[in-house]
Design a protein around this ligand. Structure first.
Ligand SMILES: CC(=O)SCCNC(=O)CCNC(=O)[C@H](O)C(C)(C)COP(=O)(O)OP(=O)(O)OC[C@H]1O[C@@H](n2cnc3c(N)ncnc32)[C@H](O)[C@@H]1OP(=O)(O)O
Ligand SMILES: CC(C)C(=O)C(=O)O
Ligand SMILES: [Mg+2]
Length: 571
């Protein structure tokens, strides 16, 4: 009775988990390139950028873009400085056809911008594509067919010669149609699924296409080597690019282009290494929209270059607009942690990060140099139009430095160090109790509540006057009006100055000996209504405690600060 039951549970256990990896998947082949040069290179100039948002990005959307969404993206791409923009696949849909016509007829395309369109190596589609391009200035006809071993076998059921024939037939047709149209065309060929294609096969087909197109150094053929599906570590992609760059015929008549996707999450790395390996051009999309996990993110690539001191030749200074257009046109959301643009990427919650950022920012101000060096911030948020305001946000992971930064940056309050320590305990008890972020305004309100306004405070400063203490040389009498529980009382004391005399008067009134341990003040507003804030660290038999006062009169601000400390002692 028991045996069959045990077998069943063993089967169930065996069915759990992922299938055996080595039986299900094969490692990607290495490239025999022992003298590779790319590892010791660096990216020193921007590549030719081509945006494929309106084509590869668009073909991956739940609801492809209509005219308005395409036009808004197109204008952004022009404003950012793209010189090559793939506007669609005009033979695939009327929307794409009409959009290409609109770009040509009404798009006000600057003279240095070339439109690019994609087409499969199929005669009827090529004919339609040329119709879509009539009247365009130096458009790029981008034709492709898959050359991968797997697709040759299971999709096209053709050998290498057959697949090469698809490409060369299309190349002939395109070259003829362009010549008949009077020239002025540029050409791009993609051995689609290059990453699934044996290098020798990709090379043979690309060379055969180039032989037909007959590129010149003035009108170079773009050979686009896509990682249609990202299948390997980025170093292998780079090896393949270096291998192709070395082997392709007439390299000086070619522009070698990368078109990475991001299936393994290493599209950026693959592109960067591919550029080091000799590529001249990159196709990608803003923030990486595109098939499956997306195309490579051009904005991240550009800003990676920028933060290495290389001009990316793309204007990313208004990243919020770029984000808005991305979200409108693609109807997708940007993740909070997305490089350079995510909601949280210029934010630090943890105390030690906040402290270091705060100190880094101060050091930059003091040094008065342009060079950016702030810990934890690889880019100055202002360079992409983001503000410092969001750099530091407060939750239970934050420390005194963050709270001090927020009060300083947003409200101009420079809390002395001991007050930072004292007040951060108060805020920490709130963040711990609520388990949530505390916004800057609430921190400021809490500061005013605890130290300045003190709605529950027993005492309130009203007014004061001083006159010489005739009995004791060098001392002054201070006579002050205060409210105690709402009742006005006059208190008096004597000291070396108004603060000293007031502390004496108040000590007598509340019956607790007080003395000033430390004191600082600064102005918090400019102009005629300038106010000052005074921070008073007061010693009493139980320890030390802070008070603060804000007043247009600096002496009054200090006396208010003493009252504030006294109220906190009485509490
Ligand atoms: C990797 C990429 O991103 S490539 C770009 C892909 N883009 C898109 O798919 C979006 C736009 N495409 C479309 O709207 C359509 O697929 C079209 C208009 C191009 C073609 O539509 P259809 O003729 O209905 O074919 P379908 O979509 O089923 O595509 C498969 C056919 O194309 C053929 N094909 C696929 N790629 C190529 C190519 N590069 N060259 C020639 N033929 C090709 C296939 O062999 C298959 O042919 P079959 O029907 O004879 O078996
Ligand atoms: C059309 C080609 C270049 C493509 O989008 C890809 O291979 O990913
Ligand atoms: Mg693609």
């Amino acid at each position: 009775m028991n045996a069959p039951q045990r077998a069943t549970s063993e089967e169930a256990a065996a069915a759990k988990g992922m299938p055996n990896a080595s039986r299900k998947y094969e490692p990607y082949p290495m490239v025999g390139l022992s003298d590779r040069t790319w590892p010791s290179k660096r990216i020193e100039k921007a590549p030719i950028w081509c945006s494929v948002d309106l084509r590869d990005g668009n073909q991956a959307l739940i609801d492809p873009m209509g005219h308005d969404r395409k036009a808004r993206m197109f204008h952004l791409l022009l404003d950012m400085g793209f010189r090559e923009i793939e506007v669609g696949f005009p033979s695939a849909s009327q929307t794409d056809f009409d959009f290409a016509r609109w770009c040509i007829e009404e798009g006000n395309i600057p003279g240095n911008v070339d439109l690019q369109v994609l087409v499969q190596c199929r005669p009827e589609l090529i004919t339609r594509t040329f119709e879509a391009l009539e009247g365009a200035q130096t458009p790029i006809v981008h034709f492709y067919n898959s050359t991968s071993e797997l697709q040759r076998r299971v999709v096209f059921e053709k050998d290498v010669a057959g697949i090469k024939q698809i490409a060369t037939d299309a190349a002939k047709m395109i070259a003829d149609m362009a010549a008949k149209a009077g020239g002025g065309y540029r050409f791009q060929y993609s051995p689609e699924s290059f990453t699934g294609t044996e290098l020798e096969v990709a090379l043979e087909i690309c060379n055969a296409v180039a032989e037909i197109i007959k590129p010149t150094p003035q009108n170079r053929l773009i050979i686009n080597l896509p990682s249609t599906v990202e299948m390997s570590t980025p170093n292998i992609y780079a090896d393949r690019i270096e291998w192709m760059c070395r082997q392709l015929d007439n390299r000086d008549r070619l522009i070698v282009s990368l078109h990475p996707h991001n299936d393994r999450g290493t599209g950026i790395a693959a592109t960067e290494l591919g550029l080091m390996a000799g590529a001249d051009r990159v196709e990608g999309t803003l923030f990486g929209n595109g098939e499956r996990t997306g195309n490579v993110d051009i904005v991240t690539l550009a800003l990676n270059m920028y933060t290495q001191g290389v001009d990316p030749e793309l204007d990313c200074s208004d990243i919020q607009r770029m984000r808005d257009v991305y979200e409108y046109s693609n109807q997708l959301k940007i993740a909070e942690r997305h490089p350079y643009v995510g909601e949280l990427v210029y934010t630090a919650f943890s105390g030690s990060h906040q402290d270091a950022i705060n100190k880094g920012m101060k050091a930059i101000k003091v040094a008065n140099k342009q060079l950016w060096e702030v810990p934890y911030l690889p880019i100055d948020p202002a360079d992409v139009g983001r503000s410092y305001e969001a750099i530091i946000r407060i939750n239970s992971q934050s420390g005194k430095g963050g709270i001090a930064y927020v009060l300083q940056a947003d409200y101009g309050l420079n809390l002395p160090r001991n007050l930072q320590i004292e007040f951060s305990r108060d805020i920490q008890s709130i963040t711990d109790a609520e388990g949530k972020e505390v916004p800057a305004k609430r921190i400021h309100d809490r500061f005013l509540d605890v130290y300045v306004e003190q709605p529950q405070g027993r005492l309130k400063f009203v007014d004061h006057q001083t006159y010489p203490d005739t009995g004791r040389k060098g001392l002054r009498i201070v006579e002050a009006k205060i409210l105690d529980g709402g009742v006005e009382v006059t208190i008096s004391g004597s000291g070396t100055g108004p603060i000293d005399g007031f502390v004496d008067a108040l000590s007598r009134h509340i019956g607790v000996p007080l003395s000033v341990f430390d004191y600082s003040e600064h102005s918090i507003q400019r102009g005629s209504n300038a106010a000052a804030i005074s921070y008073m660290e007061v010693e009493h038999p139980g320890g030390r405690i802070f008070g603060a006062g804000i007043n247009t009169n600096i002496v009054a601000a200090s006396l208010e600060a003493v009252v504030s400390a006294a109220n906190r002692i009485l509490q």
